[in-house]
Design a protein around this ligand. Structure first.
Ligand code: FES
Length: 160
């Protein structure tokens, strides 16, 4: 981790254009940039601020508030554990503990091999299938300790 990445400014510009340089779309723009790099490279922040005519501090506050956005490099697979009320009641904490143990990282960290990042997020909108995790754009529900470890095993295999 920590290696400098090459930013393709044309791609960043296109993302901003797709939203007609609308400052209201800041979160969506950051989400799209995250989809490309798995994080929002900090050097993009001043560029975004300039293009959208907002302060850099506004960009930083969105990045800090939304846990789906990170200014630090993240793993290939971003594992988000839903800790919303419904998932909490159904044992989200056990799911988080199983993942921490298995991946040997804490919330907010990335494995040394750069494959997994782990985070707790608010409700992801499929409470009926709780407890739920998302891995990049996939949602996995109805989990218990062994099921979530199976899910992770699958990603480990496809990463190797
Ligand atoms: S509380 Fe987890 S999906 Fe809603």
């Amino acid at each position: 981790m920590g290696k400098a990445i090459e930013i393709d400014w044309n791609i960043i510009e296109n993302v901003i254009k797709q939203y007609s340089e609308n400052r209201e779309a800041l979160l969506m723009i950051m989400q799209d940039i995250s989809d490309i790099y798995n994080f929002v490279p900090p050097e993009v922040v001043p560029f975004l601020a300039k293009k959208l005519g907002i302060r850099e501090s506004q960009v930083y506050s969105v990045a800090t508030f939304y846990k789906t956005i990170s200014l630090k490099p993240r793993g290939k697979y971003i594992v988000n554990v839903c800790t919303g009320t419904a998932c909490h009641v159904r044992g989200a904490e056990k799911i988080m503990d199983a993942l921490k143990q298995n991946l040997m990282i804490e919330e907010g960290q990335t494995t040394d091999d750069g494959i997994f990042s782990l985070a707790a997020v608010r409700c992801v909108g499929c409470c009926a299938s709780g407890p739920v995790i998302t891995v990049n754009h996939d949602t996995h529900g109805g989990l218990d300790r062994s099921k979530v470890l199976d899910v992770i095993e699958g990603y480990k295999k496809s990463a190797s």
